[in-house]
Write a protein that binds this ligand. Structure first.
Ligand code: HEM
Ligand code: HEM
Length: 206
């Protein structure tokens, strides 16, 4: 019984970005609910959001170079589809939310100061209607990201606590390297999706 883990860089990027994105969602809501804290929160929100955009690009390239380990053998097709679909949606939102943020400030011709005198160039033409549309889109997509994250969190906890199939450990493990045959076993706590003894705990192709 073997369990493959995500490559170290994938795990580091995942947890770093998870912390950054969750912080951003709360900073965004804090900005909107406290006028006194608006300015200093927005001065963190913009560079942190652009950092997420840059890291999302690095993460996508890394995923193409270092593909994730296969899902457990025998996982029902609907669950595979849900896992893949939610990951695609999370990637799309990791790009779309910061890009729309950058775009909306461009449409308002608002300076996008990252640090000191370093400013980002506008990516869209100036326009009040465009700004209004992108301002709403930024909120809607941020809320969609939050909702998708909650579903993702629930799925991760189901894998960790109910299925015990090694999926959670493949991302949460802190040891270096990707384990293959001869790596750590998942042991008797592993929940098998398949029915045959050979199928137990083995990870097939997605
Ligand atoms: C993953 C990245 C991001 C997340 C999760 C995020 C999330 C949010 C949230 C939740 C709000 C509050 C929305 C509301 O209550 O209506 C907000 C507002 C805002 N965001 Fe973002 N954001 C991100 C990236 C960015 C980027 C890259 C920029 C600009 C470069 C940006 C600029 C803004 C601004 C200026 C506001 C406040 C607008 C106003 O004062 O009306 N955001 N964001
Ligand atoms: C906003 C925060 C988060 C985002 C955007 C996010 C995004 C992702 C993405 C895109 C993947 C696919 C693998 C990859 O390409 O990196 C993934 C996998 C995974 N995530 Fe998250 N994640 C977040 C938070 C969390 C949290 C809080 C947990 C657990 C408590 C978690 C547990 C997992 C697990 C176990 C996997 C592996 C799933 C598999 O192999 O199918 N994630 N996450």
């Amino acid at each position: 019984m073997t369990q493959q883990r995500f490559p170290v860089l994938s795990r580091v990027l995942h947890w770093l970005m998870a912390a950054m994105i969750i912080a951003m969602l709360f900073i965004g809501i804090g900005m909107m609910s406290s006028l006194a804290d608006y300015h200093w929160l927005v001065s963190i929100h913009k560079p942190l959001g652009i950092a997420i955009l840059v890291l999302a690009a690095i993460r996508l390239v890394n995923r193409l170079i270092n593909p994730p380990p296969p899902l457990p053998w025998g996982m029902p097709p609907l669950m595979r589809f849900a896992a893949l679909g939610s990951h695609v949606l999370l990637y799309a939102l990791m790009f779309a939310v910061p890009l729309v943020g950058w775009g909306m400030l461009s449409a308002a011709r608002y300076p996008i100061v990252l640090c000191g005198a370093f400013e980002l160039p506008p990516i869209l033409p100036q326009g009040d209607m465009l700004f209004a549309a992108l301002r709403t889109t930024h909120t809607v997509l941020a809320l969609l990201l939050f909702a998708t994250f909650l579903v993702h969190l629930a799925a991760a906890l189901m894998h960790a606590l109910v299925f015990r199939d090694g999926v959670f450990e493949s991302m949460a493990s802190v040891s270096a390297g990707r384990s293959g045959p001869g790596g750590p076993t998942r042991g008797a706590t592993t929940r098998e999706y398949g029915t045959t003894a050979e199928a137990r705990g083995s990870r097939g192709t997605r």
